[in-house]
Design a protein around this ligand. Structure first.
Ligand code: HSE
Length: 441
């Protein structure tokens, strides 16, 4: 059978990795797919550089639409990124009857509903293993490997940049800003790191996981998103003293009245395997009712790790290309006519436990007032840690200290009100730090 022909839109880090791995492992891949898979056409603005990367046998153009218009191309790989031209090209490729493979989490998290509907109507596949956690086959695991389960929750370290920064902050006792600059110098963080450090990239990925875990539409606009920019070295140190690590987690959870979808820094017990995922690595924990807890670990970015996921999608499509579209694995794991209308809950309705750090004047009765407010609010305290005042004295002459409180579970709205109440105490000297805590048990 003649090889399946693939057109590549954008040959940057992931595109060149895809080209190289496909070429290097072509025999092995053909044995698996039942048919050769060849990138025969590439579109990139830098034609000369692209031609140099792929050699003379591949057609290189600067117009992505020429790839889509080529009737010999069966699958289009979109590696341009963003919501702009990438969206138009993906929809045009679908309209032209091409299957699409993309690593574009932003595009699918925001416009997935439209894109998957267009693909279903046209009977083509849109595959996106590379969009979540790079080389880790988490989409495959959620969509197929765990298909027997009622998934209860998914929690992941799904942004390598922020995990690298948090690991460095913990190792070296440095604050966020210092480590970010170093991460940029070393190439671990981009010149504009906003999407990573503000949690947006992780929220795109969590949104996709929530859809395939629970059979709900992709709803990035409903996700709660909080990044790591306000974390201080002191919180990481105090968490450690209490037996926890702080990680930026993407969490999606099925609860009685809906689905939680949130990204924020989170204390997790240091003894959990996922708490020990360091540097730029990614890991995802999935809890299913039958299988229990499962953990997936690996590189969440990079040329060949991401290419590994892109090519897995190419093989899937090649195997299923001739299958009746109705009998393929659905894009979002659940049959399109069996999607759930479970609501994504606002953050105020989320139930979790908390780490609070209060900078207070070290005076008689302060702790009693603070704990009194928590008690009046019906919030149960799990642990309290107070530093010696002379270790942390401020400049004003008034002795100051940090009071750290771990709470049991409570609904976020109740915690918001209690924090506002405590913040109003004259002895509370700085904005209260609140970090959510998950036991992941
Ligand atoms: N910038 C992402 C990360 C990789 O740091 O994990 C691509 O999503």
């Amino acid at each position: 059978m003649k090889p399946i022909q693939v057109g590549l839109l954008g040959i940057g880090v992931v595109g060149s990795g895809t080209f190289n791995v496909l070429k290097r492992n072509q025999e092995e891949i053909k044995r698996r797919a039942g048919r050769g898979i060849e990138i025969t056409m590439v579109a990139d603005l830098n034609v000369a550089r692209a031609q140099e990367l792929v050699g003379p046998d591949v057609t290189v153009v600067n117009d992505a639409r020429a790839v889509i218009a080529n009737p010999d191309i069966d699958i289009v790989i979109e590696l341009i990124g963003g919501y702009g031209i990438a969206k138009a090209l993906v929809l045009e490729a679908i309209a032209a009857g091409k299957h699409v493979v993309t690593a574009n989490k932003a595009l699918l998290a925001v416009h997935g509903t439209e894109i998957f509907a267009a693909a279903s109507a046209k009977g083509v596949m849109v595959a996106f293993e590379a969009a979540v956690a790079g080389g880790i086959p988490i989409i495959k695991a959620l969509r197929e490997g765990l298909t027997a389960n009622r998934i209860q929750w998914v929690a992941g370290i799904i942004n390598g940049t922020t995990n690298f920064i948090l690991s460095e902050m913990r190792d070296k006792g440095l604050d966020f800003g210092v480590v970010l600059k170093e991460a940029q110098r070393l190439g671990y963080a981009e010149a504009d790191p906003t999407f990573d450090i503000e949690g947006v990239d992780a929220a795109h990925k969590a949104t996709l996981m929530s859809a395939i875990a629970f059979g709900i539409p992709v709803q990035f606009d409903k996700a709660y998103v909080e990044g790591i920019t306000k974390l201080g070295a002191a919180d990481i140190k105090y968490a450690e003293q209490l037996g926890y690590r702080i990680k930026l987690l993407g969490i999606t959870k099925r609860v009685a009245n809906g689905v939680e979808l949130r990204v924020h820094p989170c204390l997790i017990p240091a003894k959990r395997l996922i708490a020990n995922v360091e540097g730029a690595m990614n890991a995802v924990v999935v809890q299913g009712d039958a299988v229990g807890t499962t953990l997936y670990y690996g590189k969440g970015a990079g040329s060949e790790p991401t290419a590994s996921a892109v090519i897995a999608d190419l093989v899937d499509i090649t195997r299923l290309e001739s299958a009746d579209p109705l009998h393929r694995v659905p894009h979002l794991a659940f049959q399109p006519n069996a999607m759930s209308d479970l609501a994504v809950l606002p953050m105020s309705e989320v139930v979790t436990s908390y780490y609070l750090r209060l900078r207070v004047a070290d005076e008689t009765g302060v702790l009693a007032k603070v704990t009194g407010i928590l008690a009046e609010s019906g919030i149960s305290i799990d642990a309290v840690l107070q530093r010696e005042a002379d270790e942390v004295a401020g400049n004003s002459g008034v002795p100051q200290t940090d009071v750290i409180i771990l709470t049991h579970d409570c609904v976020e709205a109740k915690m918001n009100a209690a924090i506002a109440h405590m913040q109003a105490l004259p002895s509370v000297l700085e904005p209260i730090t609140r970090i959510r805590k998950e036991e992941l048990a």
